[in-house]
Design a protein around this ligand. Structure first.
Ligand code: ZN
Length: 682
């Protein structure tokens, strides 16, 4: 199951320019969301509304947590590829010392490449994981490296600039070398063909055997095997290099712990103090049993306002799905908006009981749904600059089962996406009529947030397995089907009158905005993220196309949804929203059956028939129209800056937040202030 919702394509590509929206985002008219734009990326900034209203103690707590959040940055660079730190530090040095022609094509392409490397925390695209192709010449790089004094270069002991170049040039320029960060193509040795740095010298088979031997299949509370280590083979021996103080990445973990301990002094309650103590202990020992203790304490602490993630968490960066990449998110509860998720959580059993799935697959008792809306104060590691808009942790299944999970929606991030997308022309290009455009402008943002809440708080937690069905019965199709199940649960209920009764949407037609966007996105506009000729691979994208295509096909006779050709362009038209809702309910029932019964063949057929293949002709048209709008398909964020305010005695009296740092400026400052790892961590 995916535990993080990646930026929903809807939120990514929207939409909307209504006066209502501008008012909702208090003072948005004076806040400059746009920071930078290059390659396929747009850099935004986000506001931290409510920070000023926190107590000084809470602000201090946040301040030291945000420091910890940056100290792990280099860990992620190294995890993403063993040459990333050497390359980044070399490029940064050139950038800082460059005296040549800044208008030359080589230099301009060099700057774009460096900005891409910063964004991806390495030399592979953050989303596709393909290696970046530099548009500057090898000669340019060689010349600039050689022009630098040795002290400005990240050299190995006793080595020269030539040695450095010999090591990094093929990695940067040869398309055959380290071409993909995470390769998931069945049949390949996934470790040998993936450039990530979680394994060294071992084959996929050796790694699998290593962890299979370790696993105790009778343990009902298994640790997350391999989460915090690199697996290496030296002198024919295979062993783990554990991430801990005194072990791998120890220099950075020490700084993280230092700041966590400072933060602890300002914690809001004893439970938070214990959480930090346990996390610190884990960083010292590397013992994964301690990590589980930390996760349990963390998931059970619900009374504080401030919360955080700071450690080895998600496993998407490892083709075997074991190794956790370092990430951090420091946040505090948005009490007003959390009323919405509280209402949903309180009514969880009602939703379960009334869902259109077969009673045999329903949960008699829904439990452990804790959900809130948060304001993020700082993003770090694998949450920066590209961030999810919702998080659901911890990942260990048994902890989720016995202790529940925390689910959050990050509203100041979705707000920034929404604000930045205003006036891009996207709606005018892809929505054919004024009525629907207005619907989407008016309700798109609230409906989107509600969809995310329902997906996270209810969707994933709904339903049950029949006795004896293995939880991994759906194998490679499980992620896509799981996301589809959660999306359908949300979609189905958005059109229910219960939502209006609970006051979760402002108008009885508001759900139509979500339905329309969902269908438009799943049938057409999400294809902007796929390169010509490629299939859809990512689970969330597959799920969206599965739902949209299936619903269009099932409703074909009644023209429920159509792709219509008007004036030489194709548009999605929804003719019957009520019937579309029924279709969502039908598919939900079927996918729940597939999951509950572990019906692999049926699951496979659905995904292969509807979710994977792309209509090449339509794809080209969408890409062409999208390109003409000049919108970057991927977005990320610079962080705000926090400053301690001291009185004449040096006592801290307040913490202020400011929003004026630029992209390159922030990246260079982070490199200056938070580089604790050696360049080479062989
Ligand atoms: Zn999900």
């Amino acid at each position: 199951m995916k535990k993080i919702i990646f930026m929903a394509a809807t939120a990514l590509q929207i939409i909307s320019a209504s006066p209502l929206m501008a008012k909702r985002s208090h003072g948005a008219e004076t806040f400059n969301y746009n920071v930078d734009k290059f390659a396929d990326l747009q850099i935004l900034r986000y506001r931290v509304p409510g920070f000023e209203q926190l107590t000084t103690r809470q602000k201090m707590y946040i301040y030291y947590l945000t420091e910890a959040a940056q100290c792990g940055r280099d860990i992620l660079f190294d995890q993403n590829g063993k040459y990333n730190l050497a390359i980044r530090r070399t490029l940064e040095s050139i950038y800082r010392n460059y005296k040549g022609d800044t208008a030359s094509e080589d230099y301009k392409a060099f700057v774009v490449y460096l900005k891409q490397v910063w964004f991806a925390n390495g030399i592979h695209h953050h989303y596709s994981t393909d290696k970046f192709t530099p548009a500057f010449s090898e000669e340019f790089l060689v010349k600039e490296v050689k022009a630098l004094p040795a002290g400005e270069l990240p050299l190995r002991d006793g080595k020269t600039a030539d040695d450095l170049l010999a090591e990094i040039l093929p990695v940067i320029f040869n398309p055959e070398v380290m071409q993909k960060r995470v390769n998931l193509a069945a049949g390949d040795d996934l470790i040998k063909t993936s450039a990530c740095n979680y394994y060294d010298g071992v084959t996929q088979q050796e790694a699998e055997e290593f962890y299979n031997a370790m696993r105790d299949t009778t343990d009902t509370q298994p640790i997350s095997y391999g989460l915090n280590s690199r697996l290496v083979k030296r002198d024919r021996k295979i062993y783990e290099e554990t991430y801990k103080i005194g072990g791998r990445y120890g220099e950075a973990l020490e700084k993280i712990v230092e700041n966590l301990e400072k933060a602890k002094e300002f914690a809001e309650n004893d439970a938070q103090k214990e959480i930090i103590e346990t996390l610190v202990e884990f960083n010292r020992s590397g013992d994964l049993k301690t990590f589980d203790e930390y996760c349990i304490k963390w998931v059970e602490e619900l009374s504080g306002t401030v919360d955080f993630i700071c450690g080895f968490t998600e496993v998407y960066g490892d083709p075997l799905g074991l190794k956790g990449s370092w990430e951090s998110s420091i946040n505090f509860k948005n009490h007003d908006a959390s009323e919405r998720t509280d209402i949903i959580s309180r009514n969880a059993q009602w939703f379960e009981d009334h869902s259109p799935v077969d009673d045999r697959f329903k949960k008699e008792k829904v439990k452990g749904v804790s959900a809130k809306v948060i304001t993020v104060a700082m993003l770090g590691g694998d949450c920066y600059p590209s961030t999810p808009i919702g998080i659901n942790l911890p990942n260990a299944d048994w902890i989720r089962r016995d202790h529940g999970s925390k689910s959050v929606t990050i509203e100041n991030i979705t707000e920034a996406y929404d604000a930045a997308s205003q006036g891009t022309g996207f709606n005018d290009e892809f929505i054919p009529d004024e009525h629907t455009r207005r619907l989407v402008a008016e309700y798109g943002f609230v409906a989107d947030n509600l969809h995310t809440d329902l997906h996270e708080c209810l969707g994933h937690g709904s339903g049950k397995m029949l006795p004896g069905v293995e939880s991994d019965a759906l194998k490679a199709y499980s992620s896509t089907l799981e996301e589809a199940r959660a999306d359908l649960f949300a979609l189905y209920y958005m059109g229910d009158k219960k939502i209006m009764e609970l006051g979760l949407l402002p108008d009885k037609d508001a759900y139509k905005a979500e339905y329309y966007k969902y269908m438009m996105n799943g049938l057409m506009t999400q294809l902007t993220r796929i390169r010509p000729g490629d299939n859809i691979e990512e689970a969330h994208m597959r799920n969206r196309q599965l739902i949209a295509r299936w619903a269009m096909e099932q409703g074909e006779a009644d023209k429920v949804v159509e792709i219509k050709n008007m004036n030489g362009k194709r548009y999605v038209v929804v003719n019957d929203y009520k019937e579309l809702r029924n279709l969502f309910g039908k598919l939900l029932a079927e996918i729940q059956r597939i999951k509950s019964e572990g019906d692999y063949e049926a699951g496979k057929n659905l995904v292969e028939k509807y979710a994977v293949k792309v209509d090449a002709d339509l794809h080209n048209e969408v890409l062409e129209r999208y390109r003409s709008l000049g919108i970057a398909p991927y977005k990320g964020f610079v962080n705000p800056r926090y400053t301690l305010v001291k009185d004449e005695n040096g006592t801290v009296t307040d913490v202020t937040v400011s929003y004026n740092e630029g992209y390159a400026e922030q990246m260079l400052r982070y490199a200056r202030e938070y580089s604790f790892l050696p360049t080479y961590n062989d």
